[in-house]
Design a protein around this ligand. Structure first.
Ligand code: C2E
Ligand code: MG
Ligand code: MG
Ligand code: MG
Length: 281
């Protein structure tokens, strides 16, 4: 009586895991193929000085130009690439492609490029050599290379040591999505960073009676206390832009200024008012 349900359960587990394995394997090959076929493309989002509207830098954001499904966004494929161990290969590709893209246009000296890098990349010593080499190539073109890392990386001592090593050779470190993770203040004090990116969820709270607004103000004060440059992300309107500017957050990124665009469409001198720019989007 007992043996029938047990054997059925075993069978069910076998069938389901075979199905998942097969699905996973096909996804793995699709992503690997996409890397080989160079189906990934980059868009760039300006980081703007809110006082002068000058574009001080860009963040590179990867997309998958899928042959059948069209443009796919990173939230769909980055976690899978991490799971399948393909993320370091993608990161190499992003670094190379952005160097090629930015070399093709005229940029002011000291222009910043922000690249999103996963923990596995930061911790691989073989990648340090590569990063230093690329950093020199970017520097030769007057571009400052910055690594956007999340608080997840900051929880890991090994990753923090790697980041310090990169910073010593002049690579900038940006702490991304700040305020959403679990960075302790002591870690933040002992690990030097160059930029702190205030997460969109805090910017969203501006103008609403939200619990996040006092937290936003605390983050801004913390940034000042630590002496790091702050960048606000996800700025979508003039109220948010002014609120942040009045509190000293000069560098801003968001749809209010520009959506991520192909390199050829980036206007590095936003001479016109952002209202007009957003109207054109
Ligand atoms: P992130 O680094 O925090 O990037 C900011 C995300 O917010 C981007 O989404 C950007 O398009 C979006 N964004 C910017 N301004 C606004 C705004 O005003 N309103 C709204 N609603 N959204 C805005 P995206 O491109 O879909 O990227 C999502 C995440 O994927 C990134 O978050 C980053 O963690 C990851 N990612 C992107 N590119 C790469 C990459 O090359 N490598 C790795 N490892 N991760 C990447
Ligand atoms: Mg980022
Ligand atoms: Mg971010
Ligand atoms: Mg974010």
């Amino acid at each position: 009586l007992v043996s029938i349900p047990v054997s059925m359960a075993v069978l069910l587990v076998m069938v389901v895991s075979r199905f998942l394995l097969k699905r996973n394997r096909s996804m793995f090959f699709q992503l690997k193929q996409a890397l080989i076929r160079r189906e990934f493309v980059l868009q760039y989002q300006p980081q703007v000085d809110a006082n002068t509207l000058e574009v001080k830098g860009v963040e590179a954001l990867v997309r998958w130009q899928h042959p059948e499904k069209g443009m796919l966004y990173p939230d769909v494929f980055i976690p899978l690439m991490e799971e399948f161990g393909l993320i370091n290969g993608l990161t190499d590709y992003v670094i190379d492609a952005s160097l090629k893209d930015l070399s093709a246009i005229q940029l002011p000296e000291g222009f910043h490029l922000g690249l999103n890098v996963p923990p596995s990349y930061i911790k691989a010593p073989a990648r340090w050599v590569y990063l230093r080499q690329k950093h020199r190539e970017f520097a030769a073109k007057g571009i400052r290379l910055g690594l956007e890392v999340t608080e997840r990386q900051f929880l890991d001592k090994e990753a923090r040591i790697a980041l310090e090593t990169m910073r010593q050779v002049g690579i900038e470190i940006l702490l991304d999505d700040f305020g959403t993770g679990q960075t302790s203040l002591s870690v933040l004090q002992e690990t030097k960073i160059d930029f702190l990116k205030i997460d969109k969820c805090f910017v969203d709270s501006i103008g609403h009676e939200s619990v996040n607004t006092p937290v936003l103000n605390a983050i801004i004060n913390l940034g000042k206390l630590l002496g790091v440059t702050m960048v606000a992300e996800g700025v979508e309107n003039e109220i948010q832009a002014n609120y942040l500017l009045e509190r000293g957050v000069v560098l801003q990124q968001g749809y209010y200024y520009s959506k991520p665009k192909e390199i050829g469409d980036i206007d590095i001198r936003l001479s016109h008012k952002p209202e007009l720019i957003s109207a054109l989007l």
